[in-house]
Design a protein around this ligand. Structure first.
Ligand SMILES: Cc1cc2nc3c(=O)[nH]c(=O)nc-3n(C[C@H](O)[C@H](O)[C@H](O)COP(=O)(O)OP(=O)(O)OC[C@H]3O[C@@H](n4cnc5c(N)ncnc54)[C@H](O)[C@@H]3O)c2cc1C
Length: 413
C-alpha cells in the first residue's frame, strides 16, 4: 500500500512543529506557505513557551537545546503599573526569585522570528514550499476521500490523503469542517516600535526593563515587551467598535497620531505611560483582534481526512498569552496520533482511510478540550486586561506566586 500523502497548509509554529515531528519519525509531508520567503514579513513579537506545551513539543522535535540557546529567561520579568503611573510590581528591581536551577523559571521568552527560523532550518530540504497561497480546497471528484488544493500561482496539488489546515485565523481549510468564522473581539491594538531602544530610546528601554510591562484599566491597556533584538514593542489597546480606528478622527499615518491617541484616550494616565507611546517612534501598526467562539467543534464525519491545528482551529485573543502554546500542543498531539498508527513491520504510515480517521479522531478529542480550556482562560484574560482593577489583580496574583515560592524555599532550607 502507498504511504499517506500529507499536506500541511501554513508554516506558522503549528504547521512547522507538526512537519518536524513527523519527519523525525520518518513520515513524509509537505508544508505549503503563502509567504514568498522567510523574510517576507515582520513576524512580530516575542512568545513565552510553556513547559507542558510549546517546550514539550520542541522536546519531541529534538529542538529543546537550540531553543534554550536562544531563549531569554530574563524575559519573564514583569512590571505592573496602574493607570496613574504607580508601580504595583517590578521584577526588575528584585532579586531573581524564579530560579532556573530549581525549575521554577519555566516560561522563557523567544522572538517569534527566531522560533520560526529554528523550525524551518530543522526541516529536510524541499519540505517547505514558499509562495503557495491556498485559494481553495475541494474533494477529488474521481477519488472520494482525497483532496485537491489550488494555489494563487495557478498550480494545484492533487490526491491528498490527509489535509491539515495550519493556516491561521483566516484558514482556507476551516470551511470544509465548520461554518464558524472569526468575529471582532471588541479590542483594537495599536502597535508601536522603538528599535535599538537602549541606544535610541534609553528611557523607554530602562522603564520597560528586561521583560514585559503591563497597565490594565477599564476599556484600555498598555502592554510593552522587550524583544531579543533590543527593540521594545508597545501596544496601546482600546475596547472600541470595529469601525473606531477609521472613525475616531486620528490619521494613523500622520506625524501627530501618537499625540492625538494619547490626548484622546490616555490623557489622565501617568506621565511615564504616556511617554512610552510618544517615544516609540519606529513603527505603527493597527491590529483588530479577532476570535472564534469559545469551544468550536465539528463532527468527526464532517470531512474525513481533514483537520485543523492552532489558530485555524481555535483562534483566540492574545490576552492569556497561550495561543502559540496551544498551537504547538496541537501539533504534538496530531503527530503522536499519526505516529501511533505507523505499520509495525514497515514503520510507514500507509494510506488507509481507517488509520487516518482514527488518528484524526484521537487528536481532535484532546484538541477540542485543550482549545476550549485555553479560550475560556483567554476570555477571563480579556475581561481582566480591560477592567478598572486589572493591574491590581495581576499584581496580587504575582505576589501570591512569589509568596508561595518563598515559602517553599524557606521550607527547603
Ligand atoms: C498581536 C498578537 C500578539 C500575540 N501574542 C502572543 C503571545 O504573547 N503568546 C502566545 O502564546 N500567543 C500570542 N499570540 C497568538 C499566536 O500568535 C498564535 O496563536 C500562533 O501564532 C498560532 O500559530 P499557528 O501556526 O496556528 O498560526 P499562524 O502563526 O497564524 O501561522 C499561520 C501560517 O499560515 C500561513 N497562511 C495563512 N493563510 C494561508 C493560505 N491561504 N495559504 C498558505 N498559507 C497560509 C501564514 O502566512 C502563516 O505563516 C498573539 C497574537 C497576536 C495577534
Amino acid at each position: 500500500m502507498p504511504t499517506v500523502k500529507i499536506a500541511i497548509i501554513g508554516a506558522g509554529p503549528a504547521g512547522l512543529t507538526l512537519a518536524r515531528i513527523l519527519q523525525q519519525n520518518s513520515i513524509t509531508c509537505i508544508v505549503y506557505e503563502a509567504e514568498s520567503s522567510r523574510n517576507n514579513r515582520n513576524q512580530g513579537g516575542t512568545l513565552d513557551l510553556h513547559p507542558d506545551a510549546g517546550q514539550l513539543a520542541l522536546k519531541e522535535a529534538g529542538l529543546l537545546p537550540i531553543f534554550h540557546k536562544h531563549a531569554r529567561p530574563e524575559g519573564e520579568a514583569s512590571k505592573i503599573v496602574k493607570y496613574d503611573g504607580s508601580v504595583l510590581w517590578d521584577d526588575n528591581v528584585m532579586e531573581p526569585w524564579r530560579s532556573a536551577e530549581e525549575g521554577e523559571q519555566q516560561r522563557p521568552e523567544i522572538d517569534r522570528v527566531v522560533l520560526r527560523d529554528i523550525l524551518i532550518d530543522s526541516l529536510e530540504e524541499g519540505t517547505l514550499k514558499w509562495g503557495k497561497k491556498v485559494l481553495g480546497v475541494v474533494e477529488n471528484e474521481k477519488t472520494k476521500g482525497k483532496f485537491n488544493v489550488s494555489f494563487a500561482d495557478g498550480t494545484m496539488e492533487q490526491d491528498i490523503d490527509l489535509l491539515v489546515g495550519a493556516d491561521g485565523a483566516w484558514s482556507k481549510v476551516r470551511p470544509l469542517l465548520t461554518s464558524e468564522k472569526p468575529f471582532y473581539s471588541g479590542i483594537t491594538m495599536i502597535e508601536f516600535w522603538a528599535l535599538d531602544a537602549e541606544k535610541k530610546s534609553p528611557w523607554v528601554s530602562q522603564y520597560v526593563g528586561q521583560g514585559s510591562m503591563f497597565m490594565f484599566d477599564e476599556g484600555r491597556a498598555i502592554i510593552c515587551q522587550r524583544q531579543g533584538t533590543g527593540a521594545i514593542r508597545t501596544y496601546a489597546c482600546v475596547r472600541k467598535p470595529e469601525s473606531w480606528a477609521k472613525e475616531c478622527g486620528i490619521d494613523w499615518t500622520g506625524a501627530d497620531a501618537r499625540e492625538r491617541l494619547v490626548a484622546q484616550y490616555f490623557n489622565d494616565c501617568g506621565e511615564d505611560l504616556k511617554r512610552l507611546i510618544l517615544e516609540s517612534q519606529d513603527g505603527l501598526i493597527l491590529r483588530h483582534i479577532w476570535m472564534l467562539p469559545v469551544g468550536v467543534k465539528w463532527d468527526k464525519d464532517a470531512c474525513p481526512g481533514v483537520t485543523l491545528l492552532g489558530d485555524a482551529a481555535h483562534l483566540m485573543t492574545p490576552f492569556a498569552g497561550v495561543g502559540v502554546n496551544v498551537a504547538m500542543g496541537d501539533a504534538l498531539e496530531l503527530a503522536n496520533a499519526i505516529i501511533a498508527r505507523k505499520e509495525s513491520k514497515t514503520a510507514k504510515f500507509v494510506s488507509d482511510k481507517n488509520n487516518i480517521a482514527r488518528a484524526i479522531e484521537q487528536y481532535e478529542k484532546s484538541m477540542f478540550e485543550r482549545g476550549e480550556r485555553a479560550a475560556t482562560k483567554t476570555m477571563h484574560g480579556l475581561k481582566g486586561h480591560f477592567s478598572a482593577t486589572g493591574s491590581e489583580e495581576r499584581a496580587s496574583r504575582i505576589q501570591k506566586g512569589y509568596n508561595m515560592i518563598m515559602a517553599q524555599k524557606a521550607e527547603k532550607k
